[in-house]
Design a protein around this ligand. Structure first.
Ligand SMILES: Nc1ncnc2c1ncn2[C@@H]1O[C@H](COP(=O)(O)OP(=O)(O)OP(=O)(O)O)[C@@H](O)[C@H]1O
Ligand SMILES: [Mg+2]
Length: 160
């Protein structure tokens, strides 16, 4: 599956994050790739809104891992927002316990996931963001396994 969407503003990227959030389930791992300042955190903030997280998501650049309580329907879930930019070695991914969060009651959003590649579940969703500064962004949603294709049916036509 591969879906391309253009976003002209941070607000629009947030909206696409909200639309993405509405199709997430516990156990999902979503990787957010793109340059510094491309909008990974902006998209994650939209996901947080859709998962009814009450405190605003802040960038986890310094904390590496932030935990939030959210809901999907009437079910409580944990939303984990990670930023692995500062990790140098794949082994550090284990040390900070990234894979401990791959649980059925947890949705994981991972910025700068490259260093964690070998630890990701096969059915992770990749969101790549192209562009930075004042340019419009291209949001590319892709997955090689799992039921994402079904879940993303009609996604590009969302306008609510
Ligand atoms: N179409 C757009 N989508 C997202 N952000 C945009 C867009 N246009 C401009 N921006 C701006 O780009 C910046 C994106 O910042 P954000 O913190 O989300 O990036 P990031 O990818 O998380 O960066 P980092 O790698 O440093 O964590 C914000 O200042 C935002 O206002
Ligand atoms: Mg960020």
């Amino acid at each position: 599956m591969i879906i391309n969407i253009m976003s002209g503003s941070a607000q629009e990227t947030n909206l696409w994050g909200q639309r993405l959030g509405r199709l997430l389930r516990g156990g999902d791992v979503v990787c957010l790739m793109g340059d510094l300042g491309s909008g990974k955190t902006a998209l994650a903030q939209g996901v947080g809104l859709a998962l009814q997280v009450t405190s605003p998501l802040t960038s986890p650049t310094f904390t590496l891992i932030q935990e939030y309580s959210g809901r999907i329907g009437d079910k409580a879930i944990q939303l984990i927002h990670m930023d692995l930019y500062r990790l140098q070695q794949p082994e550090e991914v284990e040390v900070i316990g990234v894979t401990d969060y791959f649980q059925q009651d947890t949705v994981c959003l991972i910025e700068w996931p490259e260093v964690a590649q070998e630890y990701l579940p096969a059915d992770f969703l990749l969101v790549e963001i192209e562009g930075n500064g004042e340019m419009p962004r291209r949001l590319i949603f892709q997955a090689e396994a799992g039921d994402w294709e079904e879940r993303f049916r009609g996604f590009a036509d969302c306008n609510d």
